[in-house]
Design a protein around this ligand. Sequence first.
Ligand code: ADP
Length: 168
Amino acid sequence: MQGVSVVKADITTLDIDCIVNAANSRLIPGGGVDGAINKAAGPDLAKAMMAIGRCPAGEAVITPGFKLRARHVIHTVAPVFAQHKEADVWRLLANCYKNSLALASKHDIASIAFPSLGTGVYGIPVERACNVAVAATRDHMRGSRVPAEIVFCCFSAGDAALYQEALR
Ligand code: ADP
């Protein structure tokens, strides 16, 4: 059965087929979860990202995971909260989850973990972002059984509690 769960962890340590990166639109390795993923994957990941070159907000691209336990990394770009009308923020953030899951489905990925996209330096309030994440994920699950396992990987206990609540 298809399942959704929440864990509090460093996403780079997960034993899972694919992790999602909160990348920037130029696909140049940055800080936050992007920095942690690049550090754990090794320098080949940055080369693969820069070879793709660009990814607009809401879209997603895929690379290998290199030294990570995850075989794949899907890079998606959240909207910067301060740079869009609020309605566009929610639409673009939902697209991040939808397009990442569609790409995972296309690559027959069985298990995938998302960080709390957009809620770090991009400034999206996590209290609302978690509901958008859950709604977009449920939307995908209505049309596809792949990936079978979807994990929201939170870096703090507070964020994990919010995603748990959103799932209920
Ligand atoms: P964005 O630029 O999309 O806001 P950030 O990387 O700044 O992305 O933050 C997104 C979320 O990822 C934040 O909740 C942050 O705490 C979390 N985060 C940072 N490092 C890790 C990690 N190693 N594993 C999981 N989540 C992380």
